[in-house]
Design a protein around this ligand. Sequence first.
Ligand code: SAH
Length: 372
Amino acid sequence: MDALDRLLGKREHSLEERVRLLELVEPAEVARLHRAAWETAGRHVGNKVYYRGIIEFSNLCVRNCFYCGIRRGNPVVERYRLTEEEVLENARWCAGAGFGSVVMQSGERSDPAFVEFVTRCVERIRRETVSETLPRGLGITLSVGEQSLETYRQWITAGAHRYLLRIESSNPEIFARIHPESQPWQARLEALQRLRQAGFQLGTGVMIGLPGQRTRDLAADIGFFIGQDCDMIGMGPYLSSPGTPMEGQDPLAREDLLRLALNMIAVTRLGMPDVNIAATTALQALVPDGRERGIRAGANVIMPNLTPVQVRRHYQLYPGKPCLDEGRVECRTCLQGRIEGTGREAGWNEWGDSPHARRRQAAAGASPLPAG
Ligand code: SAH
């Protein structure tokens, strides 16, 4: 057994050890890291990869994140919002396709009309997707930014149970460089705490390869995820977006960025064996088989895009977004092949909550919906 084996066999790593693992570049060593993470995932979250059909229901946004293609200040973007019927039609299709869970994502707004719109969609998805194969209807994840405790509670009551809000970077200095002053790191952290308080299964994550971000920062991000006791992690490579203040600032070569993003998934998996980790679409923007590689490095969730093809190109957070013209039917077939190609199986018609969330909620005795 060599030093790397010993490191890979450990359940807990120091910051220095995480840095060492994240910085692996030699292909045989990288392969060993990914293998260890894949096996850890198999043991703790099982052999299935779960689907979350994602509906990007609007690109209207009040925020001005310096990296994001749909930031308020980007005048080139054609703004859209789907109607309640369009969201429901997609959700019903998602349920019929066997995906088991849906994610509603959009730009951020918190005006009453928006809050009500999300509430109504969630209530109707919860009611209208119940069937014999899905007795509780679709699992519902929201990803619509920082909101008040009251709003988060309203959405839980409506029937949502998971929420994704990335901390973007756990280092407040990096966060401050990529957001306007009106969007402080502390407010992001407090929103995560409110989500927990409201009773959501909590997902967070970071962008990988940001200007000025060191491997130490990424190693510390993993410590942050563990400290927040997160149930789900969604991370992806940072890709500079045209028309944003950070346009053209891509510190890493693509190959290095891909390796770092995959190593980040793997090292996170070693430290958080029982959470759900997404193989995010941004990985596929880097290489066509990016998501499969994410699964091979320890991820266990994949997010097929259900946004209608007519508006999909208006929801480009970063350039190179894949499958811009691919309809949802082709997407389903393509993904199944991709998952099976990795040696995992697809978790049809299941919510696929992380074992971490199930255990935490059972301990708290506070599951808003029966866990599944
Ligand atoms: N408005 C919601 C959801 C949409 S943004 C929210 O802020 O939570 C979803 C995620 O996309 C962000 O959290 C960010 O991590 C990622 N993202 C935005 N711009 C990006 C870029 N240029 N490259 C990579 N990821 C990006």
